[in-house]
Design a protein around this ligand. Sequence first.
Ligand SMILES: Cc1cc2nc3c(=O)[nH]c(=O)nc-3n(C[C@H](O)[C@H](O)[C@H](O)COP(=O)(O)O)c2cc1C
Length: 448
Amino acid sequence: MPEPKRQLVLGAHFPSMGQHIAAWLHPDSQIDAGQNFPYFVKLAQTAERAKFDFVFMADAVATRDGNMEALSRWPQYMAHFEPITLLSATASVTQHIGLVCTASTSYYEPFNVARLFGSLDHISGGRAGWNVVTSANASASFNFNRDEHYDIAERYERAREFVRVVLGLWDSWEDDAFLRDRAGHRYFDASKLHKLNHKGTFFSVRGPLNLARPPQGYPVIAQAGASEDGKELGAETAEIIFFSQQRIEKAREFYQDVKSRMAKFGRAPQQLKMLAGLNPTVGTTTSEAQAKFDYLQSLIHPDVGKELLSVDLGGADLSHLSIEEPIPDHLIPEKTRASMSRLKTVGSVAQQEKLSIRELYERYAGSRGSYSVVGTPAHIADQMEEWLTTEAADGFIIQASYLPGGFDDFVNLVVPELQRRRLFRTNYSGHSLRQHLGLQRPESRYIS
Ligand SMILES: Cc1cc2nc3c(=O)[nH]c(=O)nc-3n(C[C@H](O)[C@H](O)[C@H](O)COP(=O)(O)O)c2cc1C
């Protein structure tokens, strides 16, 4: 028997029409994607046929504000299903694939989140995952009784306490608390019911949750922060981390950095799967793949390109600048309440490489900061194998430039190549998302 090989974890991220800012202009993308349930089901079923670990739906609890002239040419988050509702419906038309989505710790209450993801875990038979985000989009504050977004440190402090409360609520009932014993005239064993009685800085939550312990014990915790605070929260609580790095050396550094922080929280590196964002453009030949890539790049509207950079650069106003010139240094702020890590990455590339605005937005238009690969299935599989075997990632979250075609290409051409190399499963061996990922089911804290 050949040695069992370490295999990739694969998630599929479905940002409505695709990851590229011009995806909706591609004639084969689904123009009403954000509000088309049958379309989403088809994507999820395609991912399940390909034996992906999970599908992932990102979320924001606001439209994007900014330059409406530009935003009217860029639909992201403007018409977007609430993802827990979407995944609950998807659970009933899929059998194996994990269902992961975002809920914001800045604008939800822990009791709601525990109940929603606990319910999704029951509905799906143990396939739920919660992506813990603190929300980089400052506009969300205006929808939740605030005039201003929390600053980054406060957001992450709140997130840490939030996760602790949610985990506590999932332990409200021991696994065997519900007896449902008609003959004995007893529905539950009250000694196996636990009130959390949490009183902290941000939350006061008595509990218990009005829901039996989730099938996975806890739904899987995902996280995607990349700032110092984000990495600390990920090392302490996350079982999946999504991260964006464009170069393998940087990815290795990030991977090492986060995994090495885990020990101080009493965690082993295998308890966390770090998944790099991968934006693949696949062709049967290199030139075919390149032509697909160039086509989408040619569809970028300059106002949208500038808006993309403006968001990453903490709202810098670039509207009056020529796209053939670099961004003057003084327009790049030092701080933002949005994403510090995006500001640092894009800001330093702008300042050091002195790219023109057009070159800069072209770099991020499709990948949005993730690793972008253009080429044949063998070439893309080579890169994925190198990232896995040299500990730059435990797997990837696939972010196709346009949907469904870009994802179909990956599934039809790259997945079989990964399977041939024994880098990816050919069948599901477990039922729950934890089993797909090789993660233990956590015991209740009340079991000694
Ligand atoms: C694959 C991936 C998915 C993400 N999904 C979301 C999301 O659904 N909602 C959100 O507000 N931010 C999302 N983010 C952004 C992160 O939560 C985070 O804000 C960002 O990586 C910056 O990290 P920082 O906030 O620690 O600076 C995502 C990031 C990545 C790489």
